[in-house]
Design a protein around this ligand. Structure first.
Ligand SMILES: C[S@@+](CC[C@H](N)C(=O)[O-])C[C@H]1O[C@@H](n2cnc3c(N)ncnc32)[C@H](O)[C@@H]1O
Length: 247
């Protein structure tokens, strides 16, 4: 039977359960499908977010902790990092990796916690920056999640996201789609046969807004000065979006 995406009502439960099931394969899958390039895109994202050492930051949908690991050396003992995700197995991997990282007197306070991006367990204006790698596409309501992010950011704070985008060049787009919809699921199948998450991941891009539309949605949600940076002709995209200064 052909694979069908979960219904909107079922999406959160499905995504949580399936990420739990692929947690041990996730990093290798990411390396294989991007030929390691996601590591470079993540470094660029963190550089563009441009955090200060004393900032308090949230890495939401942290998964196995790639971005959180990149953030830690950029913060000092006055800073703080929260890495949050709703999949216990992805979080366990993040916890393991972060434990081996810096500790000592000048290391930031680091908290790994289970939380839902649609109902963040933080007070208003808690963070100077929020990062999300490949997460917005997976939440059950894009606008609701952006509203939560705006709430927990301080005025002037920045949201930095990395996700799949739409290739603009009309000659290259069919090639990119062939790779995403035909090759990527096969790579997943090699790693974990019978695991439908590797079909979900490419198909979840179909209803996800392209980079220009996402920029508009961010602005309509109350963010300002939204900037877009594309890689691979738009196949991979960073958005930076700022919460307006108070007053
Ligand atoms: C594709 S992984 C991204 C992992 C990591 N950020 C990276 O860049 O490689 C997406 C993550 O988002 C998490 N996620 C999806 N919806 C969520 C929600 N509503 N609340 C918290 N985490 C969520 C999943 O559990 C999963 O770990």
């Amino acid at each position: 039977m052909a694979y069908r995406l979960p219904s909107p009502e079922d999406k959160a439960r499905y995504v949580q359960e399936k990420f739990d099931q692929i947690a041990s394969k996730y990093d290798l899958f990411n390396d294989l499908i991007t030929q390691g390039q996601h590591r470079y895109w993540k470094r660029v994202l963190l550089r563009r977010v441009g955090m200060a050492p004393s900032d308090r930051g949230l890495d939401l949908c942290c998964g196995t902790g790639d971005l959180a690991l990149g953030i830690l050396p950029r913060l000092s003992g006055e800073g703080m990092l929260v890495a949050a995700d709703f999949s216990p197995k992805m979080l366990q991997a993040a916890q393991r990796r972060l434990r081996h990282h810096r500790n000592g007197r000048n290391a930031p306070l680091t908290v790994v916690l289970q939380g839902d991006a649609m109902r963040l367990p933080f007070q208003d204006q808690s963070f100077e920056f929020v990062t999300i790698g490949y997460g917005l596409r997976n939440v059950s309501g894009l606008e609701g999640c952006l509203a939560e992010l705006l709430r927990v950011l301080r005025p002037g704070g920045v949201l930095g996201t990395l996700d799949v985008g739409r290739v603009r060049n009309r000659w290259l787009r069919p090639l990119a789609e062939f790779y995403l919809f035909r090759i990527v699921p096969r790579i997943g199948k090699l790693l974990q046969s019978g695991q439908e998450m590797f079909q979900y991941l490419p198909l979840s891009t179909v209803d996800y807004p392209d980079q220009e539309r996402l920029r508009q949605i961010m602005e309509q949600s109350g963010f300002t000065n939204v900037k877009v940076r594309e890689f691979l002709f738009g196949a991979s995209v960073i958005h930076l979006a700022y919460k307006p200064e108070a007053g």
